[in-house]
Design a protein around this ligand. Structure first.
Ligand SMILES: Cc1ncc(COP(=O)(O)O)c(C=O)c1O
Length: 461
């Protein structure tokens, strides 16, 4: 492909990718597979094969920028982050060495400082493969902190124990699994109104110590996945400090509030934590993925990633101290920080904060409407998460109510009208709505609501 053809294709993608009436053209595996066939060719297919393939892809993929896409914490990509992604591909590089990515290294370092600055952190950290990976790094740093040298020696027979609320994201289980302590070593603490019960946390840490185990991390959540609730970060820090254990905040979802003057108080106390995870690919709108792990102690990442000493063939250049590969678990790594960089330059903190405010406002509008609606019950509302159930029918069991929720959700998704999640909250299935991209405005929430009520009628629920 020559550069003229490349330009032609990029233009085509941009023009064709504007969203259409329906959210998707069907979710049938075989039909999509048939539409996309062939996947490989023996003879060169040239640009025509590429164009056919792109048309098939655009036709069969979900339009996540559609106002009815309410199922995830991400949606339409910020245009500036699409440009950054392209820029990353055009100067194709990897982030392991300053020598091969000098400008990208500086941009990543500056983005780490800028996010840190918003949170009252000193400016150390690394971009990762996502919030899950950022939480995992929190676990690894905490292990190195409690057992110095364990990146080399392993756990030396210690029974490490981690703590997170019952509503924390499942990536904490992944972290416990992948660092080798196993998910049984993760103690899930009950919540009060979606927030970690700090007394129960304190008690659980005491009990684990008494049993001869070694508590090493408490993970609090700023914006839980289902409810959107923020743990009391000050109180968790106090307990972590009292017991001398690491406090990591999973702010993958709620960290977007750092940009909003109106809502930053949700993150009160984050500056006292040891580390936090932040996903710019959620409400901030960077395209997938753009996530950072931020940490107070400058020395912890180099110690935790001490295995990189073995990579002398990569890190032998004169500027090896500047090479971010020394503090990352990855070798090859995309220059994801460029996505946040260009969006921040285009919109400013003000514009990014307004995106956050607008999502929260849209959700509040929906929560108000649901609260007043006789056929719906507002189970929970916080940040940008609205959890809804149909008002119970006389003598209806929880299971029957769950079935109505499941059927409505599936129908909405099948029809391509809107996509939401359903999830168990306090023992019952709820529809979880979130506004996470600017195309979800107040009008979009009203359309969602009328679709939900129509579905109830159409299915006689
Ligand atoms: C609270 C929370 N933490 C972490 C994650 C994982 O983030 P990622 O998908 O970037 O790995 C999510 C995902 O939605 C989340 O809701």
């Amino acid at each position: 492909m020559d550069s003229e053809e490349l330009e032609q294709i990029i233009l085509k993608i941009i023009q064709d990718s504007r969203y259409h009436e329906s959210l998707h053209s069907g979710l049938d595996y075989e039909k999509i597979r048939t539409r996309l066939t062939p996947f490989t060719l023996d003879e060169p297919g040239g640009i025509d094969a590429i164009i056919r393939a792109i048309e098939g892809y655009l036709e069969t993929s979900v339009q996540t920028g559609h106002p009815g896409f309410l199922r995830a914490f991400w949606g339409a990509s910020e245009p500036a982050s699409i440009v950054a992604s392209l820029l990353t591909d055009i100067r194709n590089t990897t982030m392991h060495s300053f020598a091969v990515a000098p400008s990208a290294t500086i941009i990543e370092t500056e983005m780490i400082k800028a996010i840190s600055d918003l949170a009252g952190f000193p400016g150390h950290g690394i971009f990762t493969t996502g919030g899950s990976n950022s939480n995992e790094l929190g676990f690894l740093c905490a292990r190195e902190d409690v057992l110095p040298g364990s990146s080399k020696t392993g756990l030396n027979g210690q029974n490490l124990r981690a703590f997170a609320s019952s509503e924390a994201h499942y990536s904490v289980d992944a972290a416990a699994n992948m660092m080798g302590i196993g998910t049984d070593a993760l103690i899930r603490i009950p919540c009060i109104d979606g927030k970690i019960d700090v007394r129960a946390l304190d008690q659980a840490i005491i009990e684990e110590k008494e049993n001869g185990n070694l508590p090493f991390i408490v993970l609090s959540t700023a914006g839980t996945t289902v409810r959107g609730v923020f743990d009391n970060l000050d109180a968790v820090s106090e307990i972590a400090q009292k017991h001398g254990i690491w406090h990591h905040v999973d702010a993958a979802w709620g960290g977007a509030a750092l940009f909003s003057d109106k809502h930053i108080s949700l993150l009160k106390g984050i500056e006292k934590a040891d580390s936090f995870a932040f996903d710019a690919h959620k409400m901030i709108g960077s395209s997938m993925v753009c996530s950072a792990f931020l940490v107070q102690d400058e020395s912890i990442l180099p110690r935790t990633m001490s295995h990189t000493n073995q990579g002398d063939y990569l890190f032998d250049d004169p500027n090896k101290e500047l090479s971010l590969g020394r503090i990352s678990p990855q070798c090859g790594r995309r220059a994801d920080a460029l996505k946040l960089w260009l969006s921040w330059l285009e919109l400013g903190k003000k514009g990014l904060g307004e995106k956050v405010d607008s999502c929260i406002e849209a959700s509040k509008h929906l929560a108000d409407l649901v609260e007043k609606h006789p056929e719906l019950s507002l189970v929970s509302y916080s940040f940008s998460n609205v959890c809804i159930r149909f008002t119970p029918l006389p003598n209806e069991t929880i299971e029957q109510g769950d079935l109505r929720v499941r059927m409505a959700r599936n129908y909405l998704e099948d029809q391509g009208k809107c996509m939401v999640l359903d999830s168990v909250l306090d023992g019952q299935l709820v529809i979880r709505f979130t506004a996470s991209h600017p195309n979800v405005d107040k009008a979009a929430t009203e359309t969602f609501l009328s679709n939900l009520i129509d579905t109830k009628k159409n299915l006689s629920l």
